[in-house]
Design a binder for this molecule. Sequence first.
Ligand SMILES: CCCCCCCCCCCCCCC/C=C/C(=O)SCCNC(=O)CCNC(=O)[C@H](O)C(C)(C)COP(=O)(O)OP(=O)(O)OC[C@H]1O[C@@H](n2cnc3c(N)ncnc32)[C@H](O)[C@@H]1OP(=O)(O)O
Ligand SMILES: Cc1cc2nc3c(=O)[nH]c(=O)nc-3n(C[C@H](O)[C@H](O)[C@H](O)COP(=O)(O)OP(=O)(O)OC[C@H]3O[C@@H](n4cnc5c(N)ncnc54)[C@H](O)[C@@H]3O)c2cc1C
Length: 620
Amino acid sequence: MEALDYHAEERRKAEFDVEEMKIVWAGSRQAYEISDRVARLVASDPVFRKDNRTMLSRKDLFKDTLRKAAHAWKRIIELRLSEEEASKLRFFVDQPVFTDLHWGMFIPAIKGQGNEEQQQKWLPMAYKMQIIGCYAQTELGHGSNVQGLETTATFDPETDEFVIHSPTLTSSKWWPGGLGKVSTHALIYARLITDGQDHGVHGFIVQLRSLDDHLPLPGITVGDIGMKFGSGAYNSMDNGVLRFDHVRILRDQMLMGVSQVTREGKFMQSDVPRQLVYGTMVYVRQKIVADASCALSRAVCIATRYSVVRRQFGSHNGGPETQVIDYKTQQSRLFPLLASAYAFRFVGEWLKWLYTDVTQRLQASDFSTLPEVHACTAGLKSVTTSATADAIEECRKLCGGHGYLSSSGLPELFAVYVPACTYEGDNVVLLLQVARFLMKTVSQLGSGKKPVGTIAYMGRSEHLLQCRCEVERAEDWLKPNVILEAFEARAARMSVTCAKNLNNFANQEEGFAQLATDLAEAAVAHVQLIIVSKFIEKLQQDIPGKGVKRQLEILFNVYALSLLHKHLGDFVASGCITPKQGALANEQLRLLYSQVHFDNPSLLLYMVLLLERLLQSTSF
Ligand SMILES: CCCCCCCCCCCCCCC/C=C/C(=O)SCCNC(=O)CCNC(=O)[C@H](O)C(C)(C)COP(=O)(O)OP(=O)(O)OC[C@H]1O[C@@H](n2cnc3c(N)ncnc32)[C@H](O)[C@@H]1OP(=O)(O)O
Ligand SMILES: Cc1cc2nc3c(=O)[nH]c(=O)nc-3n(C[C@H](O)[C@H](O)[C@H](O)COP(=O)(O)OP(=O)(O)OC[C@H]3O[C@@H](n4cnc5c(N)ncnc54)[C@H](O)[C@@H]3O)c2cc1C
């Protein structure tokens, strides 16, 4: 049976309301309708075709990208698309391009770190794309260590200007997307120096190129850093290099929302945490989590289609060979990835709420949730992007030789996606930030300060450090509260063990350095608990549609139990569960795989049908 007939057949047999499931995936009926409408728009427009992308030279690819970006902008204007629809259109065009950074970092940084006057001055030009900006923070010598950046911004009280300078080779700005060819302006992160005093890293808007002839302005050396991983992939983006030779800018081009420099050259640190200078990174990290579910679902869609259609071995009396989806190994590799796509979708929805909440609190000078938001965005960005990058490669392997063909879509998807493990914060560095937050929380237990939010379970650590999972039969692992307690106990015990071991060192810094690997693993346990708990919270909501909630419950159990199986060592070593209980979890997982495949083949194929729209628009 051909794939499409099979799909049609499965749709007819669907155990659940496919239309309602589409809305669950999209987040709301409105979001689904926008997504579907814009996907059709992109898929039907020949200018947005992508099937030739891997065969183009870097120069032709870049020209193709600029053409698409200009056409997208034209369509946004013509169709009067809303900001959400425009963002969706850029997403479906799905080609790394300078507008990602203009809209995704340059504008948010001005909104988040500029004062009212600066927003009024710069945003109208940016919204109309009269100026095109990039986010120039990383340097040749420093990326993770922001406080190590070397570019200087020295205040000159004689002229009421900052002098922007690259004092060393390693201070060259290196990597910013959109910098190499397109951007007219950059948001530069540099060391603020007034009257000989270094006040750390702050943001400055600097014009790089003339608005008349697009040539670099005096004192500016700028260019592209060359080919990157893969052929097409990220080579559609002009990541660049930038050096300053004593470039002068007006004082009001320092973003003054977080701190200020007066006309007299006095540095004023307003009463907001200096880390708000990092706010744009936090914003993008939360967007990247939602983006992980999209990239992962595309890969799963391709691998599922292949697994359903491909047959190999098992023919009896000349009959058809076995569909590879029937192999238990194929199921145990593919189904947890399908479940992860939904898990990342739901935690991404929650993270968007958390970020919106902190943004509103900041406007009321309430900084109380900032540490948790940093830990959640850093941790979830790290865990979801690492898992997604690995999953795309796994999907390639699930498709045999065909997975290695460009026309499968997987190599390009992998090459475009994997830098997500590095940009917006190296994933290990971000896990260590989470670990710092966990150790601080553990150190405050008993101080009377009650842990809240995603770390509230630490307040029950006395119980969690000695509880035993109530699992005697495989089906006991189908109870959300049993799974939740196992994940809470694992996370609490790993953090508390790290905190105790830190005390064996002369100081916290030495301990942190020696125990960094354990601390990173404790951070992963904490973040995976957040993902599991948000999936449970999603299932506690009112989910309309025949059978939809039931399917999601199956996917939740597949996600949680496959994680437990993968990290069984943590759970057993920390005493949360016994080896026997671990074996029962694995037994339950096998039963669940059969359910996903045989009892609910439509769930599997539903993902294919739902995401086919995506595939069509990306037309690999
Ligand atoms: C862009 C598209 C948008 C649209 C999205 C669409 C989907 C996504 C598509 C993807 C497209 C993306 C294109 C790629 C663009 C890439 C851009 C970049 O890569 S920009 C550069 C990114 N660089 C980084 O992320 C650097 C990482 N390093 C850091 O963040 C910091 O150096 C550090 C946090 C690691 C350390 O900072 P430091 O100042 O040294 O702080 P300490 O570690 O000493 O901690 C002190 C204290 O501060 C707290 N803290 C740290 N950071 C934050 C924060 N961000 N918010 C709040 N609080 C923070 C920390 O917890 C400590 O608190 P304490 O109580 O003292 O423990
Ligand atoms: C495709 C792409 C697009 C990008 N776009 C932009 C952009 O638009 N604007 C911008 O400013 N930047 C951008 N970047 C740069 C990106 O933010 C940096 O590459 C990233 O922050 C990592 O910094 P680094 O490359 O200097 O590596 P380093 O910070 O030098 O780290 C190198 C490695 O050392 C290890 N390491 C470092 N510190 C620690 C530690 N404390 N503990 C343990 N291990 C550690 C990690 O394994 C890390 O991967 C982009 C990067 C890529 C790949």
